[in-house]
Design a protein around this ligand. Structure first.
Ligand code: NDP
Length: 457
């Protein structure tokens, strides 16, 4: 059994080591889940919901401990770790309050010779292979509705947030979910690969396009549901009629750098109409220069380290590529600690779509800003991407913004806001950003299968 090192990205110090699963332990855990799932599904929905309510309460009770643990292993500023747990609780509340409506049997026709109804049955034992950037938020998107729907869950957190994975597992058990209904797989990509070899009844993945595409190809012959929540290259357009350019710049900057820029729906490229371009660039650069980069446990810190060392190198290569092709760095160089995977928030102008920073997902506090002549040019550039997660338009005129939003081939559009997710709305990506939806009614129904009943007599 190999050991996984948990490294604090702010200090590069070893926090602890955790034993990885092996083929044998994965097979044992799978056998447990297969055995436990039918009894869990047979329990009344109210009993399953009572366990989830307990989990909801535990997240609040243990918030300080688990927030610090999350910050220690992945580097997000501590207040943002607390915010993530608050956000996760909000999503759980949505699932508790709305699941009965979407999972109860429905009579389509209850009169006459043939009666007809629909019931919703669990998929069975499902896998949740998850990313490290928001482990609570993306974890609850899958784990909670899957358990409520009567499934057993084989949960593989990222090896970069294993402590959080363990906290989630322990709180799930403490909340009353039996061990033969929820199991955690500890390990890296190889352990994720072991889950792909099992005859599971559904695969729910959050992560990169590259891994998602591989998983989809492995799962396809099994003919079971496979949902993918993948990356993005989300555009934000600033039209020339915005009322307060400083406020727009502030919102855009937050969309770029929140969670150290490691959000699937982070603002990844900005287009600004030429009349307001100079004012916008000046404002966002000045605000960026004031961002405090440093120890993520210090309350004054706004940007912590990146979670992985390779990511800092990757971002530097995107910056070098852009500068090599003619871009200008207009903000960057904020002081960063000598140790740790830190990168100064960097703003580039003079960019175009020949540069990687405008086409490939950055996933860090780096942004390119491109000047455009009008809405048509902005629309064309916004659509020039393989991704389709979100797109944002800032304008004081809704009709003008709506025309652009209607043309976006994305799962989500924003008017005068960005980088946000709501439990009541479906969260879905198009093209290389994913398949299927979580959250909302769609994210409850995703974990069950309908059965049609034709009843005579
Ligand atoms: P990865 O694709 O690298 O990893 C995701 C998960 O897959 C991890 O648990 C990883 O394990 C596992 N994995 C890696 N290789 C394999 C394999 N061969 N077989 C099975 N499992 C495997 O993504 P990241 O963790 O780096 O996450 C960042 C990406 O996630 C970004 O692209 C981001 O945009 C996207 N994302 C999308 C969201 C959305 O809602 N659309 C939300 C959050 C993130 P391990 O980490 O242990 O190596």
């Amino acid at each position: 059994m190999s050991n996984i090192k948990v490294i604090n990205p702010a200090t590069e110090e070893l926090v602890t080591t955790i034993a990885a699963d092996t083929e044998e332990t994965i097979a044992e855990k799978y056998a447990l889940l297969r055995k436990g799932q039918p009894a869990w599904a047979a329990r009344p929905l109210s009993e399953r919901l009572a366990c989830i309510e307990q989990f909801y309460n535990l997240l609040e009770a243990e918030k300080e401990t688990i927030s610090l643990s999350l910050t220690t292993e992945m580097g997000k500023p501590l207040q943002q770790a607390r915010n993530e747990i608050n956000g996760a609780r909000g999503r759980i509340r949505f699932f508790i309050d709305h699941s009965e409506k979407w999972l109860s049997p429905e009579w389509v026709n209850s009169e006459g010779g043939t009666k007809e109804k629909i019931t919703y049955e669990p998929l069975g034992v499902i896998a949740n292979i998850s990313a490290w950037n928001y482990p609570y938020l993306i974890g609850v998107n899958v784990i909670i509705p899957a358990l409520i729907g009567g499934n057993a869950v084989f949960y593989k957190p990222s090896e970069f947030t294993l402590l959080t994975g363990q906290h989630i597992r322990d709180m799930i058990y403490k909340a009353g979910v039996p061990e033969n209904v929820f199991q955690m797989a500890a390990g890296g990509g190889a352990v994720g690969g072991m889950l792909l070899e099992l005859p599971l009844d559904g695969y729910f993945f959050t992560g990169s396009y590259k891994t998602g595409q591989y998983i989809a190809s492995k799962v396809a012959p099994k003919m079971v549901p496979c949902q993918l929540e993948l990356g993005g290259k989300d555009p934000l357009y600033v039209a020339d009629d915005v009322e307060d350019i400083d406020k727009v710049a502030e919102a855009a900057l937050e969309g770029v750098v929140y969670n150290n820029g490691q959000s699937c729906c982070a603002v990844e490229r900005i287009y600004v109409q030429e009349k307001v371009y100079d004012a916008f660039v000046q404002s966002i650069s000045a605000q960026s220069a004031k961002l405090v980069v440093g120890d993520p446990t210090d309350p004054s810190t706004e940007i912590g380290p990146l979670s992985r060392k390779e990511q800092a190198d990757f971002l530097k290569s995107q910056i070098d590529d852009a500068v090599g092709k003619g871009a200008t760095i207009v903000a960057g160089g904020n002081p960063v600690p000598a140790k740790g995977y830190f990168i100064s928030p960097t703003i580039l102008t003079g960019v175009n779509h020949s540069m990687a920073v405008m086409k490939a997902e950055s996933f860090g506090p780096v942004i390119g800003i491109q000047k455009v002549a009008n809405d048509e040019e902005a629309t064309q550039l916004m659509l020039d991407t393989e991704y389709g997660l979100t797109a944002a338009v800032y304008s004081s005129d809704f009709d003008r913004a709506e025309k652009i939003m209607q043309l976006m081939n994305t799962g989500t559009v924003y008017w005068n806001c960005c980088d946000r997710v709501s439990a009541g709305l479906p969260w879905s990506g198009r093209k290389h950003s994913g398949l299927g939806a979580t959250l909302s009614f769609a994210g409850i129904r995703a974990f069950v299968q309908p059965k049609a009943w034709h009843l005579r007599g």
